[in-house]
Design a protein around this ligand. Structure first.
Ligand code: GDP
Length: 611
């Protein structure tokens, strides 16, 4: 390979060869692939006008620009692409409906409720859950599993609707960001006594960006001051024009409290779905879908709520969900009933996975357990690599900079028994306010026990591992205690917050405060050869101690600070301290500007406990 010079550094030329890099790779990663020195790449990029350190992650365009310069074609592979390729090696694809369209059957719409905080999303979801014809029949209590299906009547047909029951927009966007398009219809909740608020607009933007039709639920119409017309008015500004005003968005006035308008809301959802969506799925193909929620159940082990998107999920299927795999041991609906199979748009709890997948992970059913396992293993390896890479980046130049600026960071890994508590804990911890000098960072979070790979990750830096309702598993316990990794277990959020707060305080630099030791008044100034001026003084208060810090005051102002009592004498003898009411000679080192009537204040700096 030719080795041309680039800004004085030798670089192997690619001659148009292709090199593949994962998105967010660093120059060090590229260097490894093309067998070059990272420093040479830093220099090359510098000559192209970009200052990037060897371990920083580089954006796609910059990588390609650099590639072109040194004769390599750089192909940036996104995690989604990587996963697609992984599946292709097993002759699998995710997301494509298979089969003859004529064989597809219609499926229920999947609805996500969004809106501003306190506008009644949770209450509305609860109210709708009880509007369920079927659950009344079953007499069962619905459990929270992250999604539920209810059945309503439209034109004498029983029509199911699936509601995603995870609060917050994050889950919607997180799933979308990961390519899992789950939601068919967004119900935008706006409180009639409040109006359009920032998160209303945010929700609206998310829905419009995803091209998901919106049904507006104008909630709390039972309240005094409720003004449903104002909501319609306000939303026209955002392109949502009510049908009664000639637009095509259905607005329904509801009260989650009095349950008024719920049937109308359900009807509006179905009508909107029928009018603008063709919701059909192939029930015959290999089942696929998305994980809505995952948790570790004390008795049953990992349990994932999944939404089947196509195909029919059955007991006994070999399944891979994210980096978890297993065989479907049982399928349970939101009432805890065992199901034999789950059709498209059915949310269902899957028991039988080896670990807990994350919300937004996709799942596939494959032919054999072995394939499920291989895919899961490969994904695990990839996640581990990405984590290691990001760890490497963290203990890099950037951190060195940070260290020099003396900002400090406490890193955490949070593991818990379900995604809700993990999120809640993370959120609560992030709210701890300490000081600008110190920051808290969650470098990894997940559902499930503390594994060996969590401890591996913790080893790379100062990391505290928090287990919320979970423990470290086998090898992990051993590794943690051998390597001295700080693993802490909690069952109460407040306790975790208190301890982390204390840990953060422990990292603060000490604060010192000045403590007065004694003052002395200058009565006479002596010139002592070789030493300089000595203040013949009378101690007015406290004690003057040799080597104490001092400042000189004249007429109430500070003449000099940062002085030290370098010599202290009583008559002809050296003294270590002289108390109030006694006379002494004080020498302030090379500082000679001492006058009669000056006051020498002495003090020491003591560490102050933080409160
Ligand atoms: P979220 O933050 O959007 O999930 O809002 P919540 O469902 O927690 O509701 C916020 C508050 O509004 C709670 O105190 C509810 O009881 C109350 N609320 C919700 N819907 C209604 C309603 O239709 N009428 C009245 N009067 N109060 C409601």
């Amino acid at each position: 390979m030719a080795a041309p010079s680039m800004g004085g550094v030798m670089l192997p030329r690619g001659n148009g060869q292709t090199v593949r890099l994962p998105r967010g790779a660093s120059l060090t990663d590229l260097a490894e692939r093309i067998n070059a020195e990272p420093a040479a790449l830093v220099t090359a990029l510098f000559h192209l006008g970009e200052m990037i350190t060897a371990t920083q992650s580089v954006n796609d365009e910059t990588l390609q620009l650099l590639g072109a310069e040194i004769g390599w074609v750089i192909q940036v592979v996104s995690p989604e692409d990587e996963d697609r390729e992984l599946l292709e090696t097993f002759d699998l694809t995710f997301g494509d409906e298979e089969g003859d369209e004529d064989d597809w059957s219609s499926r229920p719409p999947v609805v996500t409720v969004m809106g501003h905080v306190d506008h009644g999303k949770t209450k509305l979801l609860d109210a709708l859950r009880h509007a369920n014809v079927q659950s009344k029949e079953a007499g069962g209590i619905t459990q929270h599993i992250g999604a539920y299906q209810i059945v309503t009547e439209l034109e004498h047909n029983e029509r199911p609707i699936t509601f995603i029951d995870t609060p917050g927009h994050e889950s919607f966007t997180a799933m979308r960001a990961r390519g899992a398009k789950v939601t068919d219809i967004v119900v935008l909740v706006v409180a009639a006594d409040d109006g359009v608020m920032p998160q209303t607009v945010e929700a609206l933007n998310h829905a419009q960006a995803a091209e998901v039709p919106i049904v507006v639920a104008v909630n709390k119409i039972d309240k005094e001051g409720a003004n449903p017309a104002k909501i319609r008015q306000q939303l026209t500004e955002y392109g949502l024009v009510a049908e009664e005003y000639g637009g095509d968005t259905m607005f329904v006035d509801v009260s989650a409290t009095t349950r008024q308008g719920l049937d109308e809301l359900l009807t509006a959802i179905l009508l909107t779905a029928d009018a603008s969506l063709d919701l059909r799925a192939n029930t015959e193909q290999d089942p696929q879908g998305v994980v809505i929620e995952g948790k570790l159940d004390k008795g049953r082990g990992p349990v994932a709520t999944v939404l089947v998107q196509r195909g029919t999920l059955r007991q006994g299927d070999s399944i891979v969900a994210g980096d978890a795999y297993g065989r479907v041991r049982s399928l349970l609906d939101e009432h805890g009933n065992k199901l034999k199979e789950a059709l498209p748009a059915r949310p269902v709890q899957v028991v039988g996975l080896t670990s807990v997948p994350r919300a937004g992970d996709t799942f596939l059913v494959v032919e054999e357990d072995r394939i499920a396992r291989q895919i899961a293993d490969r994904r695990q390896a990839r996640i581990r690599n990405a984590q290691n890479a990001s760890m490497r980046k963290r203990i890099s130049l950037e951190d060195l900079d940070a260290a020099l600026k003396e900002t400090r960071q406490l890193n955490l890994i949070i593991k818990g028994d379900n995604s809700g508590t993990v999120e809640a804990l993370e959120e609560a911890l992030m709210k701890i306010e300490i000081d600008d000098e110190i920051s808290l960072r969650v470098i990894h979070r997940g559902v499930g026990g503390i594994t060996k790979s969590d401890i591996d990750l913790a080893l790379a830096d100062d990391v505290i591992v928090l287990g919320f309702n979970v423990r470290a598993e086998g090898q992990a316990t051993e590794l943690a205690s051998r390597e001295g990794v700080d693993v802490r277990y909690y069952t109460v959020i407040y306790q975790a917050i208190d301890e982390i707060e204390a840990a953060l305080k422990g990292m603060l630099k000490p604060i010192y405060e000045e403590v007065q030791l004694g003052t002395a008044e200058v009565r006479e100034v002596f010139r002592v050869p070789k030493i300089g001026n000595v203040a013949g003084s009378l101690v007015r208060s406290g004690t003057i101690v040799r080597n104490a810090k001092a400042r000189l005051m004249r007429d109430g102002t500070v003449v000099a600070d940062n002085l030290t009592v370098e010599s202290l004498r009583r008559f002809k003898d050296d003294a270590t301290e002289v108390r109030e009411g006694y006379e002494c000679g004080i020498g302030l080192g090379s500082f000679n500007d001492i006058k009669v009537d000056d006051v020498i204040e002495t003090f020491e700096m003591r560490e102050k406990p933080r409160d």
